[in-house]
Write a protein that binds this ligand. Structure first.
Ligand code: URA
Length: 237
């Protein structure tokens, strides 16, 4: 394979963008800067772009800290989406959010082009836990904690699976909620049953992977190999 093809595929760039990167001297092959786009590779060479490994991966997995006011969708006439925030990175990859957060909710959104993994993370039978930090307009009550543990019945009659509600020791209006299903507006509707409104909702973890606190709202980064393993990325689903 030629160097420009390998670098473009690894970084999800167009061939033209890959060539520009190489021409700018930002790519090294086994430690030496290489400006030859058509350099033939035998395979096994160590490619770095801006000092970071440029390894071709079948799928891309990004952790994003979604800001409020942004939709978890790929395209939407109603406002900016999480894919808009990628700012043109990975132009050749059809990345989409695996699971939704409401427009006013913030926190961990996984963006990927791995359809089978996204499906598995959302499948009710997999019970992948999603963790949220919630701020209410009223104090958390014992009745809520017991009701969540038993399974809340929503106003429309839907009986939800048991969920964990952990009150915050320092602030009576704050708590952590862990869900293993994803019904539309689930947390807001669950607290609505008890007459409480949700002022803020922030997703902090998907399965065993926690949102990187170094990511400012709107920032994203690839999952590490350990994080991918923890989500079962690359495994057969
Ligand atoms: N529950 C909600 O109500 N909203 C979200 O964004 C996520 C869970």
């Amino acid at each position: 394979m030629r160097l420009d093809k390998a670098v473009s595929a690894a970084l999800g760039l167009t061939r033209k963008q890959g060539r520009a990167l190489i021409a700018a001297g930002r790519v090294t092959v086994d430690g030496a800067v290489c400006r030859r786009a058509d350099l033939p590779l035998a395979g096994g060479e160590k490619l770095l772009a801006d000092g970071k490994p440029a390894v071709y991966e079948e799928y891309v997995y990004l952790m994003m800290n979604k800001p409020a006011g942004v939709l978890s969708a790929t395209e939407d006439g109603r406002g900016p989406t999480v894919t808009d925030l990628l700012g043109g990175a990975w132009p050749r990859r059809a990345l989409f959010p695996a699971g939704r957060l409401d427009k006013d909710s913030t926190g961990f959104v996984l963006l990927t082009d791995d359809g089978p993994l996204a499906h598995a993370l959302l499948a009710p039978r997999r019970h992948v836990a999603k963790t949220y930090e919630v701020t209410l307009d009223a104090p958390v009550t014992e009745e809520m904690v017991r009701g969540f543990a038993a399974g809340v019945r929503l106003a429309d009659g839907t009986l939800l699976k048991p969920a964990r509600l952990l009150p915050d020791a320092a602030d009576p209006c704050r708590c952590t909620v862990v869900l293993t299903q994803g019904v539309y507006h689930q947390i807001k509707r669950m607290f609505g049953v008890y007459g409480a409104g949700v002022n803020a909702l922030h997703r902090t973890a998907i399965g065993g992977v926690r949102l990187d606190e170094a990511l400012a709202p709107g920032e994203f980064r690839p999952l590490t190999p350990e994080e991918k393993r923890a989500l079962g990325a690359g495994a057969a689903h």
